[in-house]
Write a protein that binds this ligand. Sequence first.
Ligand code: SF4
Length: 211
Amino acid sequence: MDFGRVRSGLERRGFNVYIASDKEEARTIVMYELLKGVRTLGKGGSNTLKETGIWDELVRKDALEGDDRIELFATTLYKMKGLDPDIALKKGKTADAYICSANAISEDGTIFNIDGIGNRVGSIIYGPDKVIMVVGRNKIYPDAETAWQQLKNVTCVRHAKRNEAGTPCTVLDRCTMCISPKMECKVTSVLSYALPGREYHIVLVDEVLGY
Ligand code: SF4
């Protein structure tokens, strides 16, 4: 994929961009470049991080001792350790850095995210000073309207089905703009420019990753 247009769109909006030809390269950029000096890390739920192997690397780093350790605040890890996952959400907001994917990016460089809890969107907007997003080529859309339609009619539907939310979209396979406490899209963020005081690192991967 030619990332030229989306790259310049993101850079014009103050985001740092890295292009990875595959998941291995993405993993190397994240683990050896972007996480250098990071000691504590918040993480948002992400199939992309699992599929790239970054999740496994982060779990391994969390288990280390000494200066090489990166303490990971992730609900899945906390559950594996028998700890309260809500603590991971809270600590993730004040970690050295935050890692996640993005739900959609339009070619003009606008970043879209939906959230049913708010921890991921909140951490991206006003959480750790350093935010890392790993994004497969399948999440890049020609314009904001297409990205928005995808978010509502595909991404949120899949989240809702996975979490058995019982919202209308899980039956109809499209958004009906429902209003429900089970909505997986209670909040949608549209990030149009890098927010002051924080640095954003967007790793674009030339593979289909996550959804
Ligand atoms: S608003 Fe309701 S129907 Fe639409 S995607 Fe969100 S949960 Fe599904």
